[in-house]
Each structure stands twice: as C-alpha cells, then as structure tokens.
Ligand binder design. Sequence first.
Ligand SMILES: CC/C=C\C/C=C\C/C=C\C/C=C/C(=O)SCCNC(=O)CCNC(=O)[C@H](O)C(C)(C)COP(=O)(O)OP(=O)(O)OC[C@H]1O[C@@H](n2cnc3c(N)ncnc32)[C@H](O)[C@@H]1OP(=O)(O)O
Ligand SMILES: Cc1cc2nc3c(=O)[nH]c(=O)nc-3n(C[C@H](O)[C@H](O)[C@H](O)COP(=O)(O)OP(=O)(O)OC[C@H]3O[C@@H](n4cnc5c(N)ncnc54)[C@H](O)[C@@H]3O)c2cc1C
Length: 670
Amino acid sequence: MPSSSGNSKVNPDLVKERKKCTFNTLELTHLLDGGEDKTRERHSRENFFLEDPELRSEVPLEYLSHKEKYEEAVRKACILFRKVQELQNEGKGGMENFREILGGQLGSAILKDGNPLTLHYVMFIPTLMGQGTVNQQAEWIQRAWGCDIIGTYAQTELGHGTFIRGLETIASYDPQTEEFILHSPTITSYKWWPGGLGHSANYAVVVAQLHTQGKNHGIHPFIVQLRDEETHMPLPGIKIGEIGSKLGMNSTNNGYLGFEKVRIPRTNMLMKNSQVLPDGTYVKSPSSKLTYGTMIFVRVVLVQDAATYMKKACTIATRYSAVRHQSQIKVNEPEPQIMDFLTQQHKLFPNIAGCFAFQYAANWLWETYNNVTGELESGQLENLPELHAAACVLKAVSTADAAQGVETLRLSCGGHGYMTSSNLPSTYGLVTAMCTYEGENTVLLLQTARFLLKVWQNKQNLQKLPTVSYLENAFRNNSSFQKSVQWIIGALQKTTVGKIDLANKHINDRVRNGMAYEDAWNSTSIELVGLAELHGRVIIVETFRISVEKCRNQVSRELFAVLEQLLQLYAVNTALRCCGDLLKYTDMQGKDVEVLQAWLEELLNQLRPNAVGIVDAFDFRDEVISSALGSYDGNVYERLLEEAQKSPLNAEPVNKSFKSYLKPFMKSQL
Ligand SMILES: CC/C=C\C/C=C\C/C=C\C/C=C/C(=O)SCCNC(=O)CCNC(=O)[C@H](O)C(C)(C)COP(=O)(O)OP(=O)(O)OC[C@H]1O[C@@H](n2cnc3c(N)ncnc32)[C@H](O)[C@@H]1OP(=O)(O)O
Ligand SMILES: Cc1cc2nc3c(=O)[nH]c(=O)nc-3n(C[C@H](O)[C@H](O)[C@H](O)COP(=O)(O)OP(=O)(O)OC[C@H]3O[C@@H](n4cnc5c(N)ncnc54)[C@H](O)[C@@H]3O)c2cc1C
C-alpha cells in the first residue's frame, strides 16, 4: 500500500477494516487524482520532496521560539522552491507542483505552520501576470520567477480589510518627476497582514488610492521596492515589521508597512487595465473590478485547499476511530471500536462525503475560472459577475464547512485530538484562517446575494447563466417528496428561490416604508446570507451529482456504489441541516423528515465497512498526515509516547524550577 511509509506492524483493527473494504482503494485514488498517470506523477513528486533530509526538522516546530520557527520556515521554503525550480527546468509538472507545494497537500506537511514565501507565488506573480502590461511583465516576471526578487500582496490595512474602497494609502502622481509618491497618512492606513511582508519580501504589490491631476481615481496596484536588494535593509521611508503571534500560521511572517513619502517611477503602476500617462492624464479601465482579479484567483484555489485539509483530518479521525476502543455497547461484551458508535459515524462520514463534494466543486470552479479568464483576455466581461458570485460562495461555504468539519473531527478523537502531535490543532489553525482571508466569509456571501437578487429582479438572462438558470423553473417544481438525491436538489433549489423572493420582498417593503435601499439591505442581511449559502449548496450538490453520474461507466460497480452512497449522504445531510427551510418552502412534511433521518442512518451503516478504505484512498503518506493518531499502521499509543519524548521537558528527570520554586514553596507549607 503506497500510503505506508514505515515497516511497522499494522494495528490488527486496521488490518480487519482493510479486509472488509468492498472496493479497490487504488481505483478510487486514481479517480481522485485524475488518472493512474497523475497518481504516479504525484508519488514521484512526493518522493522528490519528502525524501530530502534537508526538508526535515530536527526539533518539532512546536518547541521552537517564534523567531526560530520563522528562521526554520525560511530555510525550508528556500530549499522547497529551489527544488520546484529544478522540476520546472526539467519540464516535470507545471501548475501541479505549485498547487501541491503551496496548498494543503505537501506544503502543510513540510511547513506545518505556514510558508513565508507563499504570497510571492500565490498573489505577487499572479498580479504581475494579470494586471501588468506586456512590457511590465517582461521587466518583472522573469525576476520574480527566478526569485531574484521576492514579493507579496499588500492590500489590507489596519483600518480596512473588507471595504477596499476605503483604503487610505495614497499614491499621488508628480508629473514633474514622473513618479508616484506613496504615503500613509494615518495609523489606520498602515498595511497589516500581508504574508511574507515582515522580513521575507523585498518587493510588494501595494494597493493604494491613485491621485492625479487633483482627483482620486480609486484603488490601483503599484510595484514597490521595500528593501535593498543586497543588504535587505528597509529602504528610506519604509516602516516595516512583523505583526506578531497569531492563532496559527505562525511561520507566514505576516507584516505591517507604512510609507513616508516614498517615490516610485510612474512605470511601477500596473497598467494593463488603467493607466496614468506621463503628463498625469488618467485612462480608465474597461471595468474597475479587473483590479480585483487576483482575489478571484485565490478564492478559486482555496476551495481545493478546503477539500485537502478535510481529507487529511478525515484520514486522521477515521483511522483513529478504527483503533480506539472505549466504553461498551452491551454489558459483558468487549469495548467496541469507537467507530461502531452511530454518533461517531455521524461525526466522521458526512465530513468524508464533504471531501468529495468540495473536490468536485473545486474542479468545476477551476475549469469555469479558466474559461472566464480566457474570455476576459479577449475583452469579454459578461461572465465575470457570475464567476465572482460563484467563487465567493464556494470559497465561503467550503472553508466554513472545512473549519467546522476539522473541529468536529478533532473532537471526535477525544483528548488525544487536543494533542499537537495529532496534527488536528494545527490543521484547524490553517483552515479557520481561510474563513477570514481572501474575503471574510459573511462579506463574500453578501456579494453572492447581491448577484442573486440582481438576476432575480432582471429575470430575462437567466438561461445564459449556468449557476442560476434553475431560478427560472424551480418555483414551479411541485414534485412530491421522494427519497432521492434528485428530489433533494429540486427542493434545495425551490427553497433558494423562495428565500430570494422573500428577501427581495422584505427589502422592497422596507423601502416602501421609507427606508433607504442600503438600510433595507442591511436589515435583511441575515436572510441574504442564508439564501446565498443555500445557493452555494445547490451548486455543490448538483456538481457532485453530475460528477458521480459521469463516473457511472468509467469505474467498477463496487466503487460506483460507494460514490453513490457518499453523494446520497452529502445530499441527505444537507437536507437535514436545512430542514426547517425545506418544511417552509417545499411540500415536505414532518413524516418526510423522519424518512430522511432514517436514510441518513442507513447510509452511515452502509459506509461503515468502507470508511477506512475511503480515507486510505486519499493516499496521504505518513509524513503528510503528520499525526500520531492517523498514520497508516495505526500504532497510535506507541506514537503518542514517542512524540511525548520529544518534549524538551523530558530531556532531564528533574527540572530546575523544582529547586528554585517548588521545593521552597512545598517546605514553606509546613
Ligand atoms: C495554491 C494556493 C493556496 C493557498 C493560499 C494559501 C495561503 C495564502 C494565505 C493568505 C493570503 C491572503 C490574502 C488576502 O487576504 S489578500 C486581501 C483579500 N481581501 C479581500 O478579499 C477583500 C474583500 N473585499 C472585497 O473583495 C471587496 O471590497 C467587496 C467585494 C467586499 C466590495 O467591493 P466594492 O466596495 O468595491 O464593491 P461594491 O461596490 O460592493 O461592488 C461593486 C460591484 O463589483 C462587483 N465585484 C466586487 N468584487 C468583484 C470581483 N472580485 N470581481 C468582479 N466583480 C466584483 C460587485 O459584485 C458589484 O457588482 P454590481 O452589483 O454589478 O455593482
Ligand atoms: C492569516 C491571514 C492572512 C492574510 N493575508 C493577507 C495578505 O497576504 N494580504 C492582504 O492584503 N491581506 C491579508 N489578510 C487580510 C484579510 O484579507 C482580511 O483580514 C479580510 O479581508 C477581512 O478583513 P478585516 O480583517 O478588515 O475584517 P472586517 O471587515 O473588519 O470584519 C470584521 C467583521 O465585520 C463584518 N463586516 C465587515 N464588512 C461587512 C459588511 N459589508 N456587511 C456585513 N458585515 C461586514 C465581517 O463579517 C466580520 O464579522 C490576511 C488575513 C489573515 C487572517
């Protein structure tokens, strides 16, 4: 089995589980990877990175100081990206190298608490590519790819993250010298958060208000040098540092940045979309939202990351649940595997189904993103709002579910899930951050709601918009309750339409009663967030259904049966999560909820023998799982003890605090 990296004896419970599995796990691995060749490529990539002794840490990260963590992360990040460059130079792999290194697969295994160079690849280079002119690309991209310069994306400020029109950093144009002068007029205008900004990057894309010829033209991106290319000292007028310790991601070197009238050449404004001519004349972009392109890109890739983190956490919790025995179901019987408790299955299996749902949604969104950005290149902007709405809702729903899922999975491991060595706390730290960065989730859901209300009000173009075409007919869907995925999808669609219509009515009523539209929007926003989330779930379940259907004739009967069960479980669990709304907006009745509940229990039961097989098929190596609870051999207790020995406190039998404090304290009690 490729997942296993050691030669240790496998826990007998896991041996038993693997024997019970009804399908070929390798077939599922190939399906998830996109083919046998892709699996082979992934394995060879994993060997290339994980078997490099330089990419291992001698001391576990958690026992290092904040400064040491950063230094170790920079050391590893440099080796990692040199190796990526080697692969690229040999023509091996393209985007996949970057996606696995930067995302949750290999990246979080090698750099458990974040990578200080991620922003260079994920936002700095993509912004140069997406917003630079051909000349600017020629000037900067080669230097950036070669890591001659390291960049970050500095948008958020102390005072504003969400409302980017409110950013305060100013870039005012001086036609005399043909330069922009960057200035931070207030404390709240200091940039705050950009990854790698603290001590790693020497350049940044800085988003600032563009002032020219006495007018503010709104926010625009500028390339700004922050540090000397030789000494790495901050340049004059640049106030820079790291923002300090956080819940997680403590190696990402998030920074702050202020400007004291820093001058940069005119040509450092990224001018693909809008321009400032030498005399200061402003040339407008075809759409001001093209400046937001990099954010859409990252939101799209985060859906895949959410799926990957969920898969890791599911693997850990499922294997642990197979080897952990606790309590009794019947007196006088041996303690069962905790996975035999139905409540435990309820914590695990819907999350396993969620991994598939988000994986398929991520695939679909990535393809859509590529199609629409291709259109943008030829000046066609009409599908941008729909892409924006879909990226917002899928990022919000997948990251929120992943954060909740990882926490549920951590709790499902009882006390041992609280151990750092389970790798669940650190995984939670990485996942919960995704709910905030790249657009706070509530705010993103409101963006999708804005799009949905717009299309609802101007119904004429519905058929042209694939993600919302269902709005046209779902209202008329009167099909009576059936125990089927198709019925659930229809019911979720009808409910979404009902909620859109009602929220729209509430806004109109409020406006009719004298409220400003914006206040009416705010007063209705709990409903708006709810309807956007449901729309996201419609996309996810429907994409899952279509993807499974496509496999019907491509995979074995045994595997197809499992995929269908996972789809059904995801759908029925979604329906039960919003059954209040389904009761309100469809003709579902109380007795039908009982049918759904019984169906859910039946599916948990059906999936039970295959649970370990499914997570095995995710095919994480032990180094990637990085968990005492989740390794392939299931030797949980040995590994917990082994990890405990790594605590620096265990290096000596008596700690000096005994002599200094404990002993005098204990004696003084006499
Ligand atoms: C493999 C890689 C893996 C992983 C990466 C790993 C680690 C990286 C770690 C961290 C990186 C983090 C980076 C960051 O966080 S960077 C900062 C991100 N910041 C945000 O996302 C800010 C969120 N705010 C916004 O996006 C906007 O301000 C907001 C949309 C909330 C409002 O914008 P604005 O006030 O300008 O717009 P409105 O007036 O409300 O709307 C106008 C209009 O424009 C439409 N719109 C908005 N955004 C977009 C867009 N991106 N694209 C297209 N259209 C957009 C909006 O819907 C309105 O349309 P209409 O209704 O037609 O008027
Ligand atoms: C780990 C991490 C890494 C980051 N990396 C970067 C980076 O590399 N570069 C960068 O530029 N930024 C980065 N950020 C910043 C990130 O993009 C912002 O934190 C994010 O956009 C949210 O903005 P905010 O912090 O201002 O939250 P706020 O907008 O202040 O949100 C606070 C609350 O207000 C609510 N709220 C705000 N506006 C509205 C509204 N219109 N309607 C309803 N509710 C609203 C939110 O829902 C939330 O509940 C990072 C953040 C984190 C946590």
